[in-house]
Design a protein around this ligand. Structure first.
Ligand SMILES: Cc1cc2nc3c(=O)[nH]c(=O)nc-3n(C[C@H](O)[C@H](O)[C@H](O)COP(=O)(O)OP(=O)(O)OC[C@H]3O[C@@H](n4cnc5c(N)ncnc54)[C@H](O)[C@@H]3O)c2cc1C
Length: 302
């Protein structure tokens, strides 16, 4: 339970201005959905992130680390624990040779731009992923010809035991949209990317090409959390959903995008329940028509 004592301790590790109670989470996710957080703490420094997460772990208080909220569906009832929000202040990016050191709150879009400016290749695919370094690495985000596991050299994090650790790429144990950090509640503080020397113009062309393809194929004008479902082995979720006749299928304010059936979009006033009911119906109908079980890619926080 979040008592006054807990709130006071979090304030001690951060400041009174950083701690909000009853803040609506809809303002913190790209889906624009979510009720009030019992407590939301804005994180400004790596030390605050380490201190607050260590404290919450030691007190066994439930918490959720939130980056840009571009892969998260919060409940309409909100969240009863502590939301640790990584704001813009914990987003330093430093280039050293072919390495990029990026704090967890840095946006992947910015990191890939810095890489391009330094003529470093390998992060072009991430130029249009609207997430943070922490959220991206936890998910092993990927697109087109790449995924983050190909370029992560090491990950600094607070372990589930509350220790500060640095994991190698191998120890991070990346899989398709998964990692050790996702499975075992590590809190990422910083990531080192190792890239290849390349040609800045060619890197820029590739980034522009990927972003052009996104604009042409994805419903970027409406709130969503990107691809709702994981890609099933040897197939595409969007294709199966379209073949099940579900393009434009809606529950309340949640709709299967006609532009890209793999996206569930919020047409204005979708509730979390609308999205969850829609997901269930899509899963059932796709299973009936194709025999494939679609698994959600988004983090559903109930
Ligand atoms: C329009 C659109 C397009 C998208 N395209 C793609 C795409 O091409 N490829 C792709 O893979 N994804 C895509 N996504 C999904 C999303 O952008 C990625 O998964 C992104 O990496 C999530 O980052 P985030 O900071 O928004 O994570 P959040 O939604 O804030 O969090 C996601 C998960 O990461 C955890 N997390 C966040 N920060 C940390 C941290 N510092 N330490 C530990 N855990 C943390 C959260 O607890 C949660 O489990 C898209 C989303 C949208 C809206």
């Amino acid at each position: 339970m979040i008592t006054k004592e807990v709130i006071d301790s979090i304030i001690e590790y951060t400041s009174a201005e950083n701690v909000k109670q009853g803040e609506l989470l809809s303002g913190y996710t790209t889906f624009k959905i979510g009720g009030p957080a019992r407590c939301l703490v804005e994180i400004d420094t790596v030390k605050q992130l380490t201190d607050v997460s260590k404290y919450l772990k030691s007190e066994r208080i439930p918490f959720y680390v939130l980056g840009n909220g571009s892969n998260t569906l919060f409940s309409d009832e909100g969240y009863e624990g502590v939301v640790i929000h990584l704001g813009r202040k914990i987003s330093d990016i430093r280039v050293e040779g072919n390495l990029i050191f990026a704090e967890a709150g840095a946006m992947l879009v910015r990191v890939s731009k810095e890489a391009q400016k330094a003529s470093l290749s390998g992060l072009e695919f991430a130029a249009g992923i609207p997430g943070t370094v922490g959220g991206g690495v936890v998910m092993n985000a990927g697109a087109y010809d790449g995924e983050l596991k190909q370029v992560v050299k090491s990950v600094s994090a607070v372990s589930p035991e509350g220790e500060f650790v640095t994991l190698s790429n191998k120890e991070a144990d990346f899989g398709y949209r998964s990692s050790l950090m996702r499975r075992e509640e590590y809190v990422i503080t910083e990531v080192v990317f190792e890239l290849q020397r390349g040609n800045a113009d060619e890197i820029l062309d590739k980034m522009n090409d990927f972003n052009e393809r996104r604009r042409a194929k994805q419903p970027l004008d409406l709130p969503s959390a990107g691809s709702t479902f994981k890609r099933p082995e040897g197939n595409f979720a969007g294709k199966l959903i379209m073949e099940a006749g579900l393009a434009g299928f809606a529950v309340g304010g949640a709709k299967v995008s006609e532009k890209h059936c793999g996206f569930v979009v919020n047409t204005g006033n979708a509730s979390s329940k609308d999205v969850l009911d829609l997901i269930k119906e899509v899963q059932q109908r796709v299973f009936e028509t194709s025999g494939v079980n679609l698994e959600p890619e988004i983090e559903i926080v109930q």
